[in-house]
Design a protein around this ligand. Structure first.
Ligand code: GP9
Ligand code: MN
Length: 399
């Protein structure tokens, strides 16, 4: 009801931080989000057979904000859950995808906010069928002006693999669409090639496969390397057409690529032990934000995908105090606030609560529950409020 909406609003307002000196530095600029399929943070600055897995991203980080402690908070809705958190600042559902189950709700989404602030044009670009994850319907509710999907791309057998068009031709064709839409724009470009089971033709392999006991991991490094090359192409084209100087680019890994079953291969690659704490840390995804003209910085604040939206709005100079969302700007996020996972697990600056066990991050030992207990009320409260908003369609009561 209306009073639930008010109570949630009061709660989320109470957790918000004051703005930092970066508030508004990118006001009015174009915004490009790149959803990096199945890209985990461990690939950043890691070498295989002496070669970097992500040479372009590694160099981009030296000229960007790089958030090195961001966790995958998606649930069954995978890519769509990441999109959902970024556009709404709400948690995904515990089963299914909010894109599929709640497309008729009212949302106070990122496109709506940017439209109100600076008349942004909003579009999504992706090489798959428009019905996949119910995107066509959901993007309308979220306020997008246009969804450039498979039918807007020249997709051939030659330029496709696995789920569809390969990332390099995808970005090449996306650039010509981008050049035709009004500015300022808010766009999300969703990559596809680095998707399980990580297939790649030999011509597209820029590095050799790894040689762990898990073939999935061995192939994964090559498809991530291909994706990295594709992103480099995107940046080259943005520089060539002049958009680069006037565009904020946000790159994020959407969720894990290597499921728990194959994780031993990653631990072998990284020379790490297969422990609960290392498993938890493996759930980190990269988050890189390039703002033209800003000094680079690595930010080790803990956070999750739900915080991306508030961080971006902060840079664009849009106040989120009344936005009814659960994210926090990563420039000012309170280290004490837990990063909350859909199953009730959580991570704080010192502790990890996973499968009902409390771990000390540093010692990597399990510790007494009393260390994790103080956070549990916040975790329950946020997940419950977010669910109430979705099931009760409560945002329709927002002014
Ligand atoms: C499909 C792509 C991949 O369009 O977003 O989906 P995923 O399986 O990662 O959710
Ligand atoms: Mn995905």
């Amino acid at each position: 009801s209306k009073s639930d909406t008010k109570a949630s609003m009061e709660y989320t307002q109470s957790t918000k931080q004051d703005p930092s000196d970066l508030f508004g530095v990118a006001e009015g600029k174009n915004l490009i989000l790149v959803s990096m399929e199945s890209t985990q943070n461990f690939v950043i600055n890691t070498k295989v057979n002496g070669e970097e897995i992500t040479p372009f991203l590694n160099s981009l980080i030296k000229d960007s904000f790089y958030f090195s402690n961001i966790y995958d908070q998606t649930a069954q809705g995978k890519t769509s859950d990441a999109e959902f958190m970024i556009d709404t600042g709400l948690y995904p559902l515990s089963s299914g995808s909010a894109f599929v189950r709640k497309p008729d709700n009212t949302y106070a989404s990122l496109p709506h906010m940017l439209k109100r602030k600076n008349d942004y044009y909003a579009a999504v670009f992706h090489g798959n069928e428009r019905t996949f994850w119910n995107r066509e319907m959901m993007y309308e509710s979220l306020g997008y002006d246009r969804y450039f999907s498979k039918r807007d791309y020249a997709v051939t057998e030659d330029n496709s693999i696995n789920y569809g068009i390969k990332d390099i031709p995808f970005f090449e064709q996306t650039i010509s669409h981008l050049e035709k839409i009004p500015q300022p724009f808010y766009t999300r470009l969703i990559t596809l090639t680095n998707h399980f089971p990580f297939l790649l033709e030999e011509d597209d392999q820029f590095i050799d496969t790894a040689s762990t006991d898990e073939d999935v991991v061995n192939r994964y490094v090559t498809t991530v390397r291909y994706e990295d090359e594709a992103i480099k192409t995107l940046f080259e084209k943005l520089k060539a057409n002049g958009m680069y100087k006037n565009t904020v680019v946000v790159l994020y890994g959407d969720h894990y690529g290597i499921s728990e079953k194959y994780e031993p291969g990653v631990f072998e690659l990284l020379g790490q032990k297969d422990t609960p704490v290392n498993h938890a840390k493996l759930q980190q995804v990269p988050l890189i934000i390039h703002v033209p003209g800003e000094e680079p910085r690595t930010i080790d604040t803990i956070g999750g995908e739900i915080d991306i939206r508030a961080t971006v709005l902060h840079l664009l100079g849009i106040d989120t105090k009344n936005a009814l969302s659960f994210g926090h700007s990563l420039f000012t996020r309170n280290e004490n606030h837990p990063v909350i996972f859909r199953d009730g697990d959580f991570i704080t600056d010192k502790y990890i609560f996973q499968d009902n066990v409390c771990y000390n991050k540093k010692s990597e030992e399990s510790v007494n529950d009393s260390f994790c207990d103080p956070f549990k009320e916040t975790v329950r409260k946020e997940l419950r409020m977010s669910d109430d908003i979705l099931y009760g369609d409560l945002l329709r009561f927002l002014e």
